[in-house]
Design a protein around this ligand. Structure first.
Ligand code: SF4
Length: 454
């Protein structure tokens, strides 16, 4: 669909290294026709006809790529203080809402999607940046860092010996045991992030194609606690057809197995995923909605009007899940589903932001530390360059103050550059007012409510 836009000449799908070189050659030669089609690319011929190149297989030798060049970000932020790095590509799972479920099938004859760099290749990159820059934290951004146990063991031993910096990684409860947890701790792991998404086991297996069991999740949480590694759990809201009772199950679960942070994500409809295709087949998505999803125009479909009551329940649970890790034990135990359901939804979202901020900063969550660092560097940059807000580069689509307010509620902070817009700036005023007022209100009223309902 993107290639149909007049201004677009090439659109790459899948991994782009091979495609990009071919595109550059084509531009350099000023030639529109090529004997061989450009791999993993949609492009236009001399006559304007859209051509699709073949989906070529995934590069199996990740060591053949140069190290990622972080220097290009230097003008905007310090890319080295919190250094992010991937040791692999791909994921062993194919969750229905995730891009991995179709991405792995892009090649015409797909083989081996999950690939790892060699231990030495990763260590060499880290040594190179460590010797040049003042790195404080390493962020391993791989979808599943602990999948290959032997690789991990070898890597963590070298990492401890040669790099020895605190780090965070993403783990999968299916690939976690005593030995892995201990090795993570010994080599400097401070935080892990782990997907739970839903506590309805049947729904999880049948609709999301996720196969970790509750037992595996419990065991992974216990192992992280035993090894004093901080844990963030990811939980999804508004999954299509998920029984609303799943939120109550989740509430009870998180009360008992409380992590250091529960990150909630509203279900996002990504183009091409099995989830979107299924919803369309079932008639839950119209042709227009599917087109908008594919064009990247619409993805927050949890806001559908026919789902308003359910959304309120999700919003109340979102607040409860974010609060659970920061509450003292004796208050946490008193939270019951009926209390959550009586929480006033109007003051809910502002409080959420404040809780998250305090929890993130006090628990030294790397996301919050790096975000603070980023925003501070932006302020410094603006002062130094005497810069003003970036002028708008696209049409403002806010039809009302309410729609702009909702964008703020969704934490879509990329919209800040529209601050000059009267609709958006009015929404900002109300948002901050309700944030401060809501925080005080819910703190005093909510706390007394918890006590009086005992
Ligand atoms: S485990 Fe995570 S990264 Fe892998 S397919 Fe599922 S959601 Fe995607």
């Amino acid at each position: 669909m993107v290639i149909n836009e007049q201004a677009i000449d090439f659109a790459v799908f899948g991994e782009g290294e091979e495609a990009f070189v071919e595109i550059l050659k084509r531009i350099e030669n000023k030639k529109k026709e090529f004997k061989n089609r450009i791999p993993n690319t949609f492009y236009k011929s001399e006559t304007g006809k859209v051509i699709k190149g073949p989906g070529v297989n995934f590069c199996q030798n990740l060591d053949s790529f140069p190290f990622y060049d972080h220097e290009i970000w230097k003008e905007y932020l310090n890319p080295y203080k919190f250094y992010s790095i991937a040791v692999s590509r791909g994921c062993p799972n194919k969750c229905t809402y995730c891009f991995n479920n179709f991405y792995s099938e892009i090649p015409e004859n797909p083989t081996n999607y999950l690939r790892f760099r060699s231990v030495d290749n990763v260590i060499n990159e880290l040594l190179q940046v460590k010797n040049k820059h003042d790195i404080k934290y390493i962020d391993f951004i791989d979808d599943s860092f602990t999948v290959k146990k032997e690789w991990l063991k070898k890597f963590l031993q070298k990492y401890k010996r040669l790099i020895d910096l605190p780090f965070r990684c993403l783990v999968d409860s299916k690939y976690m045991d005593k030995e892995i947890a201990y090795q993570l701790k010994e080599s400097g792991c401070k935080w892990v992030q782990m997907g739970v998404q839903t506590l309805d086991s049947e729904y999880k297996k049948n609709k999301l194609n996720r196969h970790e069991t509750k037992k595996q999740i419990v065991s992974a949480i216990k192992l992280m606690k035993e090894n004093e590694i901080k844990l963030q759990l990811d939980h999804m809201l508004a999954l299509p057809d998920e029984p609303i009772t799943a939120q109550k199950k989740a509430l009870e679960f998180y009360k008992k197995m409380t992590p250091d942070r529960i990150q909630t994500f509203w279900t996002t409809y990504l183009p091409g995923t099995a989830l979107v295709k299924k919803e369309y087949r079932k008639g839950k998505l119209s042709d227009k909605e599917l087109e908008e999803i594919n064009l990247g125009k619409k993805y927050y479909l949890h806001r559908r009007s026919d789902n308003k009551n359910k959304n309120k329940i999700y919003r109340k649970h979102q607040l409860a899940f974010r609060m659970i890790p920061v509450l003292p034990d004796f208050i946490r135990k008193k939270i019951r589903p009926d209390i959550v359901e009586k929480t006033p939804v109007t003051v809910f979202n502002p409080f959420l932001f404040i809780i998250d901020l305090f929890n993130g900063l006090f628990s030294k969550n790397p996301d919050f530390l790096s975000y603070s660092d980023y925003y501070l560097s932006q302020i410094k940059r603006i002062i130094k360059k005497k810069a003003v807000w970036t002028p708008p580069y696209q049409k403002i689509e806010y039809s009302s103050i309410l729609s702009a307010y909702r964008c703020l509620e969704d934490n879509r902070f990329d919209e800040w550059e529209y601050l000059w817009n009267p609709i958006f700036s009015t929404a900002c005023f109300f948002y901050f007012f309700s944030e401060i007022f809501g925080s005080f209100f819910i703190f005093f009223v909510g706390t007394s409510f918890v006590y009086s309902s005992d």
